[in-house]
Design a binder for this molecule. Structure first.
Ligand code: FMN
Length: 452
């Protein structure tokens, strides 16, 4: 726990809309639509009731495929981020609204315009998670096709963000006079003028959205490579990370916070927020039992085979998920089986992964399905409300993170139990707000108002 002379950190909490990912269970009787607006409203209102910092939308710009077919073992299809967040701005008052928007396939002018508009509509609650995307497969949906190799994407992201910041900064906020007596509307004829030239962008003109309440949206980053971490340290306000265990969290936290000084930034200017799942029960045993059931819902026999195919990089449909691992080795060639998934990149050397899987399966006598459940487990907090609140608090006070982006497994009611049972404990312990103190997301996150 924290040293007695160190004040307790406030825990930043956010809600990830449980949409297209392999933890969302769509087949549960309690699962609802991931498209209906009522689902977004439900999650947003729960998060706001629990005084969360923001609601977070991930993005995928192409439907995932496996063996040439749409991957419908997970939820399929999602509506456009700006449309959803704009509508949510009207039915919430304080909750931040964070959208994942790609810097590889868009243009700075249109993205800056959309975020500045969202910031106006929401009264200063907009955040932009700048992602670069990893695959040419997604790029095929766009005019230029799958352009830009991996290492060039961060170069573009840096330039994209720099260009967007120029656009956001092209209005100072005092240009509009709108004096009905004199008939003068604009007090500064230079309003919105910009001129930005870099390797990727050569843009000159006028930005047509006057300065928004936050000046610019809060900037998130969500990539884990060396380039991604540097990008975050140089210019992001927060990172969405996968480092959800305390040990990995501490390492990541120290690494990224350690980079800030080199960029002339202080320790508190970048918040680190791992995406985590949770399962609650009245007793530890009940929580464990529920967690095991949820894992089996998340990893059906068919899902287990499909996930194994992503490592083996070949068709394994003839195998029995309740039987042993295939005796053939993975195909070490280029990944061709699954398209549009981050996990494909993360598997690393397939032969080494297969060897590790075989060792685990043999040692624990696991079938294919049980092995996949074991190795793909992402439930970070399992227990009673009291033990989960304690663990979350310990994680943050030990500098494993500054808070969490919670990923419920059910749409849209999956966060309710957390809001009702865990949040009140954190509030009682003085580590989570009982009321919003500010109106902007920047204020919720404890970030300085000086955005440029
Ligand atoms: C926790 C996490 C969440 C991400 N969420 C998204 C997402 O919703 N949409 C997307 O296109 N990319 C997403 N990404 C991908 C990254 O933005 C990035 O493009 C990718 O990880 C490649 O960068 P890297 O090599 O630095 O990891 C996510 C990455 C991480 C680590």
């Amino acid at each position: 726990m924290s040293k007695p002379d160190k004040p307790l950190k406030q825990i930043h909490l956010a809600a990830h809309f449980p949409g297209v990912n392999n933890t969302t269970v769509w087949a549960d009787p309690e699962a609802g639509s991931q498209i209906d607006f009522s689902s977004f409203v439900h999650l947003a209102r729960t998060a706001e009731r629990a005084k969360f910092d923001f609601l977070f939308l991930a993005e995928g710009l192409r439907l995932r495929e496996q063996n040439g077919l749409i991957y419908d073992l997970d939820v399929v299809g999602r509506p456009d981020t700006f449309t959803v967040l704009s509508a949510l701005a009207a039915v919430t008052e304080r909750l931040g609204l964070a959208g994942t928007i790609n810097s590889t396939f868009n243009e700075p002018y249109e993205v800056a315009r959309q975020f500045a508009s969202l910031d106006h509509l929401s009264g200063g609650r907009a955040a932009w998670n700048v992602v670069t995307s990893w695959d040419a497969f997604t790029g095929e949906n766009f005019r230029r096709g799958g352009f830009l190799p991996q290492d060039a994407r961060y170069a573009r992201a840096q330039e994209f963000l720099a260009a967007a910041k120029v656009l956001f900064g092209s209005w100072r906020g005092d240009e509009i006079v709108a004096d009905k007596e004199s008939g003068v509307y604009l007090g500064d004829p230079e309003a919105g003028r910009f001129d930005h030239h870099s390797e990727q962008f050569d843009i000159t003109g006028r930005f047509n959205v006057p300065r928004s309440p936050q000046g610019r949206p809060v900037i998130f980053q969500a990539g884990d490579s060396e380039a991604g971490r540097e990008f975050a340290a140089a210019g992001a306000d927060a990172i969405f990370t996968r480092h959800g265990t305390l040990e990995a969290g501490k390492e990541f936290y120290a690494d990224v916070k350690g980079r800030l000084a080199r960029h002339g930034r202080t320790h508190d200017e970048l918040k680190i927020l791992p995406g985590v799942t949770f399962v609650l029960g009245d007793t530890p045993e009940e929580a464990e039992e529920k967690a095991a059931l949820i894992r089996r819902q998340q990893v059906s026999g068919q899902t287990a085979i499909k996930l194994l195919e992503q490592v083996w990089n070949r068709d394994l449909s003839a195998y029995d998920p309740d039987g042993p691992l295939p005796d053939v080795d993975p195909d070490p060639g280029e990944h061709t089986v699954a398209k549009g998934r981050a996990s494909v990149r993360q598997h690393g050397d397939p032969l080494a992964v297969a060897r590790r899987y075989r060792e685990i399966a043999e040692a624990k006598k696991l079938s294919i399905r049980d092995l996949i459940i074991e190795v793909s487990s992402r439930q970070s907090f399992i227990g009673t409300p009291e033990s989960v609140a304690t663990e979350i608090n310990h994680f943050v006070q030990s500098d494993g993170s500054d808070g969490f982006i919670l990923v419920p497994h059910l749409t849209p009611g999956g966060l309710d139990v957390f809001a009702d049972q865990v949040v009140p404990l954190l509030q009682e312990w003085g580590v989570h707000r009982t009321e919003y103190e500010g109106t902007t997301l920047r204020e919720h996150l404890g970030l300085s108002a000086d955005t440029f």
